[in-house]
Each structure stands twice: as structure tokens, then as C-alpha cells.
Design a protein around this ligand. Sequence first.
Ligand SMILES: *[C@@H]1O[C@H](CO)[C@@H](O)[C@H](O)[C@H]1NC(C)=O
Ligand SMILES: *[C@@H]1O[C@H](CO)[C@@H](O)[C@H](O)[C@H]1NC(C)=O
Ligand SMILES: *[C@@H]1O[C@H](CO)[C@@H](O)[C@H](O)[C@H]1NC(C)=O
Ligand SMILES: *[C@@H]1O[C@H](CO)[C@@H](O)[C@H](O)[C@H]1NC(C)=O
Length: 249
Amino acid sequence: MQLQYPSLMAAVATSLNGSIGNFTQEPPKNFGFVLYDSFDVLDISGSIEPLYLLSSSHQLNLSLIAESMAPVYMRPAANETNPVHSHFQLSVNPTHTFEDPPQDLDVLFVPGGGGERLGNITAAVDFVRNTYPRVKYLITVCTGAGVAARAGLLDGKRATTNKASWDKIIPLGKGVQWTSPARWVVDGNIWTSSGVTAGIDLMFAFIEKFYGKDIAHRIQAVTEHKRTFDPCDDPFAAINNVPPSGHCK
Ligand SMILES: *[C@@H]1O[C@H](CO)[C@@H](O)[C@H](O)[C@H]1NC(C)=O
Ligand SMILES: *[C@@H]1O[C@H](CO)[C@@H](O)[C@H](O)[C@H]1NC(C)=O
Ligand SMILES: *[C@@H]1O[C@H](CO)[C@@H](O)[C@H](O)[C@H]1NC(C)=O
Ligand SMILES: *[C@@H]1O[C@H](CO)[C@@H](O)[C@H](O)[C@H]1NC(C)=O
């Protein structure tokens, strides 16, 4: 069976023609995704997918930003005491480096992944800290909240992270109002999601807010994703024994 992606894209574009809501704010168009060794691929691809479909009808820029232009791997996180010899690897090619990033980013996006805790992500943390003041929105998915917490950007804010990694991430941000249960949390211009697939629901909510319900629903119909619409709907807090804290809305 052949995937009919080009015609799906065309269908989204056609059905969305002229369906943008009455939004006074210019919607965010330039998205920069931070990459580091042993990032989680679904954390980024889950959010890139709806943006990709959105880009068939709206001009968007997607940048993939890493320490160097070398491919960045999703693979079991290794360090000096625990070298991993697994050949389970998947790579993404960066478009920009931390030293020479795009200048006009609207959204900075930070994924999680094994590298967040086990690897050396100093360069990514510094980049996120230095870039945040120049962007309109910061989005983190899963343990990407740990990167933002280490950068000091979540202090005094409500935020959430993967409930299965809760105990490892919350010490990274002692001034953060860590929130559970929460599939995602919005505080000011910072959007944080719970684990992996929660990032897809966050991105749908983000697109709906800035581009409208029609487009979000149309992209949902194409991706056939069963959205969680309520940011407080988070069964994984109880499943991972994370006690309630903070307010999800
Ligand atoms: C957009 O919304 C504003 C405020 O609600 C309203 O005054 C204006 O007429 C609307 N514009 C269009 C084109 O619908
Ligand atoms: C995309 O990036 C290019 C290069 O920075 C810029 O000229 C263009 O305006 C951007 N597109 C949008 C939709 O902002
Ligand atoms: C190295 O990896 C092991 C196993 O993944 C982990 O337990 C350990 O904490 C890591 N060491 C450092 C310094 O991060
Ligand atoms: C971690 O990475 C930074 C930036 O790439 C580098 O300067 C530093 O030496 C590294 N630290 C360790 C312990 O490898």
C-alpha cells in the first residue's frame, strides 16, 4: 500500500484556505528545535508532524539547532562510566549551530531524552538560557523541562515534566512550581508538557491557540491522533505515583 501523503497535504491546504480565525496577534512562524546527543525522537517528531501539516498552508520555518552540524543521535545515553555499544541509533541533521543560530526565532523548543540526565548537555543548557530572552515562546516536552530548569528559566513558574522521571527532574529546579497531574502547563510564554506523547497534545493546543480550532481539528483528522483536550487530564501521574502538586490550569 502506498502512502498518499502529498494528497493529504493538499487536502489540508485546500480545506484550510481562508479558515484562519480572527486573531489580532501575528502567529508564531519560526520554530527552533534544540538537539543534543540522546534526545528523544518522538519528543521532537511528535510536534514537528502537526507543524509540517500546518506548513502546507502557512509559511513556517523549522530549524534544528545543535552544538555542531554533525548528525545528532537518538541512542541509549552513554557516559564515561557506562559506554553503550548498542547500534540502536537514529540521527537528525542540524540546520544550525548553537554558535550561529537563526536570528528571528519565535519559538524555542526543547525535547527530553536520556541525554538530558546522563549526557553532557552544558552547551544546550547555555544555548537555551541565552536564547530565551530573544524568543516569544518556550516549549519543553518531557524531560526537556529539566534543561529549562537547569537554565533557570522555570524559577517561579508552574511547569510539568515526565511523571516517570519526576524524582530525577524536580531537583533541577528548586524554585519551580512543579505541577502534577498535568498533561501540559502554560505559564506566561512557557509551555511545558509531561512525557513524550504529551508533547503532541501540547502542540495541538499551541496550534489551536494561534491558528484556530478549524486548522487544529483538520490536522487532527489527518494525523488521526486521539487528542487530550484537557491539560489536567493526566492518568500518568497516578500510574507513576507522583503526588498532586500545583495547579494544572
Ligand atoms: C475581529 O475581532 C475584533 C474584536 O473582537 C472585531 O472588532 C473585528 O470586527 C473582527 N474582525 C473580523 C474581520 O471579523
Ligand atoms: C523564514 O526564514 C527566512 C530566513 O531567516 C526569512 O527570510 C523568512 O521571512 C522566514 N519566514 C517566515 C514565515 O517568517
Ligand atoms: C552514567 O550512566 C549510568 C547508567 O546509565 C548512570 O547510572 C550514571 O549516573 C551516569 N553517570 C553520570 C556521571 O551521569
Ligand atoms: C561538557 O561540554 C562542554 C561544552 O561542549 C565542554 O566544555 C565540557 O568540557 C564538557 N564537560 C565534560 C565533563 O565533558
